[in-house]
Design a protein around this ligand. Sequence first.
Ligand SMILES: [Zn+2]
Length: 490
Amino acid sequence: MNAKNGNVLDTPEKTFALDFIERNRQALWTLSDSIFYFAELGMQEHRTAGLMTGLLEEHGFRLERGISGFPTGFLATYGSGSPVIALHTEYDSNPSNSQKSGATEREEIVPGAPGHCEGHNVNGAVLVSSAIALRYAMEKYKLRGTLKVFGAPAEEQVLCRPYYVRDGYFDDVDIAFHDHIYDEFKSDYGLMQAALISANFNFKGESAHAAMAPWKARDALDAVVLMDVGMAQYREHFERGMTAHRVITHGGEQPNVIPAKASVWWMMRHPGAEGARKLFEQAKKIAQGACLMSNCEVEIDVRAAVWPVRGNQTMAEVIQKNIDAIGMPVWTPEEQAFAKALQKNAKVREDGLRAAPTPIEGPAVQIAASNDCGDISWKVPMARVWFPANVPNVTYHHWSAGAALATTIAHKGGLAGAKAMAVSVIDFLKNPDRVAEAKDTFRREIGDTEYKPLLPSGQQPQKDLNYEMMEKFRPLMEPHYVREKPVFAV
Ligand SMILES: [Zn+2]
């Protein structure tokens, strides 16, 4: 680590936390690699959540498992009183991107299996490692306050945290931190990511023999196709920043049976919550139009609905000061060579790993992707620790973004991320004025925007999501699991 501007880290509490995380680096790495090889899809992160909650419980956190109807979600609490500081992150994988870590070419661990191809495995390890370090720092230095550590399942389906907010888990939270993998080491503020509504449109008609009596049928697949045409036409009238993408999840069984049921799953986004809502309302009209034309009916099931992610400036600036002081990991020539070889094979710019943290230069540029922590960021001041544990320029959800995730690049970047999050939390635990300041800037930032969840009030999470795919692949993936257990030594 570079020691430049080290003075911001020079307090007994921060020195203790940094030393704790450094001493326990092997535990962070084993946890991160364990989650990588579990490679559990959203809502099926049973082994991942089990390992994370076991460690938190062992180190004195009070555990609530299965919160808001998410079997693999959790809340781990330590301490009491104010400030109440939340840490939260995700730990799910993606389908079909099983990739050998350390290989610079496409090489599957288990053919066709799910795999981490973004780095949520490191996210989970950073969360646990910084939380445990903080808990011992709080005890040793009698820091008052409450740590609330949230595990958020199924981020890849943008699913979970709006439910936590809706169910009141953030009502008493003062400020919240999110850690996420990237190739840069930075924090940022302002609008960062888009709002999203994700919904199934399930059409119902009536089947018949497709050759003998097609006039008797009402073809549900026709309705899916007609909705597709309607959405394609509507695309011309999208507001700037609106995007919509879909997969047909059910289109019938065989051509000589006219499908009585057909479904399409749409994700609809906009830079603002109202825009996403408007796009969804139009999609519902288009679905109704498709029903008129095909004599079918439609049931619409919202899978997820999130606000855009925003970052609080006060918090981001505190995090950034610590990041600048911690400095970028020092990469070895071998790590640089690996990164460049991977970039070459992924056909992206071959400029290796970054040498320095990225400075904050004004508000963030809002990207088109979403994250389900958006709702939290409109409920309380929130900021993100982006930590440098992946290779620049690779495309997330592509095999190349999975190739570094259990290498020393992920390990060193994760270690830096855990340190940055822990010492930034200490800044707020030690200075109630800073918490008040973050709340002040937050009020100014959101202005008169009224936070109303996009999530329908009675909506329940889909517990069986990804169940079959995970059950199919888990036995084939088990032989690759990490055998050691992560051990944090006090
Ligand atoms: Zn992510």
